[in-house]
Write a protein that binds this ligand. Structure first.
Ligand code: GTP
Ligand code: MG
Length: 369
């Protein structure tokens, strides 16, 4: 089997492809830039440049991130919460209220920028991390990529409205993912609010709230006045306690990409949720098909951070590209290792896209037009 091209091998070793071709010529091998090389050729060429190559299978590669922790090393961590619900039922308002109420409590004057995840301290001084992604993306895109990030789902239902199709969908998603649900009956300040009607509708789909003898916690809230929101957070924390969420902060960080973009001034900005371990400035990270050294980390208020432990969202500067939401991110021992794996993944992605391209024939394109 052939692995990578002369060009990719050159970039792995941080040399020009011309040098690789020259070395090959000296050894009597005629190699072109895009020619794929087999294991033997790669080993011989790499040796000439002072590298030895380790061939990892896809499975071996995965285990890098999935090192099991010793029970003794685990420490409690904050819950990671996603807010879902029907259009206009108040997801954004609820998130905004929670964020602004806690911003006021922390540093005043912090400019809230949009970032896909943030953490807050509750009145009872416990940390809760929110994912600010449209609920469906959080569950579909990320779950499709094997990333399970959410511990608890808050399902928002406007009390002046009804259980709607997207409410049902959100509940189904959460249940399919095995994620506990807390119901927020929102817009309780509105004259037309009728939370009992919503509780009734929920019971029809087997979501029986605690007040009615069921197992689902629910809370009447107003994202406008803030009524009930502290209680909602306490209920989320209660749910979190039952889950006994733990992680090992004393290992190299593993996490998930929440979002990434290219900023003109700062380069690639990647929002990462650290799930286990602690990420530090200077760490070498592998994120999907990209890698880089963490140049700087900031929280959602733009405050510089040196370290980010489990269940902490951070914005990271220093990656060489923008990974996709749901991509796994892990800290690596060496830059070489990170570069190799990133290149391998890019190669794989390229091959896959070429394979898909081949299936589109001119005839098909014609028909689609
Ligand atoms: P999409 O993102 O479009 O799905 O909507 P959303 O669920 O994020 O709802 P959003 O927070 O944008 O709220 C929709 C409308 O309801 C806005 O006009 C809010 O101001 C209003 N609203 C949200 N929560 C409350 C509330 O508790 N009370 C009142 N009176 N209005 C609310
Ligand atoms: Mg919204």
């Amino acid at each position: 089997t052939e692995f990578i091209s002369a060009n990719d091998l050159a970039s792995l070793m941080d040399v020009s492809v011309n040098e690789v071709i020259k070395v090959c010529l000296n050894m009597g091998m005629f190699v072109s830039i895009n020619q794929r090389l087999d294991a033997e050729a790669i080993t011989v060429i790499a040796d000439e440049f002072g590298y030895d190559i380790e061939f990892l299978s896809a499975e071996e590669e995965e285990t890098v991130a999935e090192i099991e922790d010793d029970e003794a090393d685990l420490q409690p961590r904050a819950p990671i919460v996603t807010i879902m619900g029907h259009v206009d039922h108040g997801k954004t308002s609820l998130l905004d209220y929670i964020r602004s109420a806690t911003v006021a409590k922390g540093e005043a004057g912090g400019i809230t920028q949009h970032i896909g995840a943030y953490d807050v301290m509750t009145k009872s001084d416990k940390r809760v991390t929110f994912l600010d992604t449209p609920g469906h993306e959080a569950f579909t895109a990320m779950r499709a990529r094997g990333a399970k990030v959410t511990d608890i789902a808050i399902i928002v239902v406007a009390a002046d409205d009804s259980v709607m199709p997207q409410t049902r969908e959100a509940i189904n998603h959460a249940q399919a993912a095995g994620v506990p649900i807390v119901i927020a009956l929102n817009k309780i300040d509105k004259p037309g609010a009728n939370p009992d009607k919503v509780r009734e509708e929920l019971s029809v789909m087997n979501i029986l709230v605690e007040e009615w003898g069921g197992k689902y916690q629910s809370q009447e809230v107003s994202a406008k006045t803030g009524a009930g929101i502290d209680d909602l957070l306490e209920k989320v924390l209660l749910e979190a306690e039952l889950l006994e969420l733990k992680a090992n902060p004393d290992r190299k960080a593993v996490g998930t990409v929440i979002e990434a973009s290219l900023d003109k001034g700062r380069g690639y900005v990647t929002t990462i949720l650290v799930q286990t371990g602690t990420m530090e400035v200077g760490d070498i990270v592998l994120a999907g098909p990209h890698f880089g050294r963490v140049k700087a980390m900031t929280d959602h208020r733009g405050k510089k951070m040196k370290k980010a432990g489990p269940a902490t969202p951070v914005q990271v500067l220093g990656l060489t590209g923008a990974p996709q939401a749901g991509d796994k991110i892990q800290v690596m021992e060496t830059e070489r290792e990170a570069r190799e794996l990133a290149t391998q993944r890019q190669q794989l992605a390229r091959e896959q896209s070429m394979r898909t391209k081949k299936h589109i024939t001119l005839d098909e394109i014609g028909r689609r037009l």
